[in-house]
Design a protein around this ligand. Sequence first.
Ligand SMILES: Cc1cc2nc3c(=O)[nH]c(=O)nc-3n(C[C@H](O)[C@H](O)[C@H](O)COP(=O)(O)OP(=O)(O)OC[C@H]3O[C@@H](n4cnc5c(N)ncnc54)[C@H](O)[C@@H]3O)c2cc1C
Ligand code: SF4
Length: 663
Amino acid sequence: MSTNDYDIVIVGGGISAATVAKTVIEQAAAQVPPRHPRILVLEAGRATAMSADKYDSYVEAYQGTVAKVPNAPYPASGSAPQPDVLDIGRPVMGPDGTTRVPSDNGYFVQMGPLPFGSDYTRSLGGTTLHWLGTCLRMLPNDFRMKTEYGRGRDWPLGYEDLKPYYERAEWDIIGVSANVEDQVYPGIGGDPEAYFRSADRNRFPDGVYHFPMERIPSSYLDRYLAKKSAGLVVGLTDRNGVEHAFPIKISNTPVGRNSQPAKGYQVVGAVGNADHGQRCEGNSSCIPICPVQAKYNALKTLYELIVKYPDREPEEGAPRKARFAVRSQCVVSRVRHTQQPGRTGTVTGLTFTTYFDDGSAPVETTVTADRYVLAANAVENATLLLASGAANNSDQVGRNLMDHPLLLTWGMFEDSVGAFRGPGSTSGIPAFRDGSFRSERTAFRVEIGNWGWNFPENAPYDTVQDLVGGGESGQVKLYGKELRKRLGEILPRQFRIAWELEQDPEPTNRVTIDDRWKDSLGNHRPVIHYDLSPYMRASLPWAAEASRQLFAQLGIADKVRRPEYRPGDYTHYDPNDPSAVTYEGVTYWVRGAGHVVGTHRMGEDPATSVVDSHQRSHDLPNLYIVGCGSMPTLGTSNPTLTMTALAIRTGDRIAEQLKGTDA
Ligand SMILES: Cc1cc2nc3c(=O)[nH]c(=O)nc-3n(C[C@H](O)[C@H](O)[C@H](O)COP(=O)(O)OP(=O)(O)OC[C@H]3O[C@@H](n4cnc5c(N)ncnc54)[C@H](O)[C@@H]3O)c2cc1C
Ligand code: SF4
């Protein structure tokens, strides 16, 4: 009989943690005989949002802030600090001309040459509190980049292996709204029904898959674009002079956001108030917060587990159940283990510090379990492992950090396209997601934004500032009725696209630690080295040229002047921007997508990977390291759906291991 405190301890209270916990509990209960594990989640941040009224305090914080950036509603704790996009600074070359001076004005220590432009949230619920909710599956070729295109790495699994887990992620964890027939992607043989053909004969006896909820209706902008771009084929020429043709089709995007449910699907509303958030209401603030929780966040799964499986002895005569506990404000600082360099070992405990808001001194504790799961986000998983000297025989921990660097292009239509209504995005253009060009340059996905120039220009706030004379021009000074009229003319015509570029894994793009940079509890802050490879940069002119052809077709002139309230052209890249990138003499800038991937990659070979295909550490077999960090490459799909599918697979494996134990 185990003498450990718990069967499983999980670090982090985000979607990957919630998915592993739910899967283990449900799969273990379905065994014969059933198992009932006791699971503890240790969460570094506060649990503010676990009740409906306290969630509203986040909404109020969002409403009251000027810079409505992703972490605006979620105040950082000094003991569990978090990155913020407002802190992004570019490291500069020091006076000696050879040593770079890092930018460390935020939580990240940016070593450069480029700053890493994404953030995450350290609050219970994690980064899904402020994600957009886009839920695309990866394409078959994304799993075999090395074999198909001689780039990146192959995964130890393929699309068909992951398909049953994608279905469970869409139905049982996130709740995805989409229609199969809309999902026409390159690389799937032109047949979405075959690509989505179900592997689950219990749920779909005829194999014909459908999503748990209907598509979120396309925005007015989506429909306007579809009409205007009908028949357009973008042509791009590679280095050998070969022209590649990309037929432009506007495609409705699958999202973790509630809409009309299919038969048999139970919509999950807000935490503590199930009547709220049953349908997306078009509040237009999905990033940074959905006021009614129509958008999925990990609190929903955690709340379900807390209610169904309270951490207490069952009452007399009551059937035994799993026990699930969440402890917030507990920052895990060490993975205790027996591993010697070059050898395998065992995790013997996790040390964490509990901090209090009443000024009491923090308390350090060590907890033990039969199995441990790190689910603290790709950057924090790596930082914790490096600080613990754990699971790193391969020297791959922290390396291969990736994101989807976003090239934004924007312009203004002659007519209103209804900007600033509905979710942040409801559609995209999949044409550039796969093709033979991937041997020369990375693929990209096109996200169509519904919120005008919000992302590139901080509209509508900057627009208002400009019109009242506080902006760059200082010429126009409008107030009252005139101001409202002008805003009404300008804002609904704004339009922007995000060209989400696939980043390739590079060992030099990495998270490290350095004793010079620690937080207030003495834990290491992430030190980040980041750049874009020449292979990646080669996609910048392609995306820019594709944008030019598309905009021309849409009637957005190449040089739209906006003298009405600010001189300048549409899509202008300031060379002094912290994330300005130059390629072949042209300056662009890129933004982070929040898709933090690759720091503990999976593979079959312990010499070149950190975890196996079940996300189990090669070096510490009672440790699972889960999340986007395990992904060897990231393709062009936003990573969380794939990460959730992988976490379900891990949960199944852990449940299997509980057989024969006293859980
Ligand atoms: C602005 C933005 C938009 C996004 N939109 C999308 C999208 O549309 N689609 C998509 O697929 N993905 C999107 N993402 C990415 C998505 O949010 C993440 O992939 C996902 O949340 C990762 O889940 P996770 O559980 O691994 O980590 P997280 O959600 O980050 O959760 C990790 C948890 O661990 C806790 N933790 C950290 N360190 C410790 C420690 N030392 N001890 C204890 N606990 C700790 C944290 O507090 C946090 O609660 C977006 C991200 C951002 C920033
Ligand atoms: S559009 Fe509004 S209701 Fe819908 S998900 Fe976004 S914030 Fe929530």
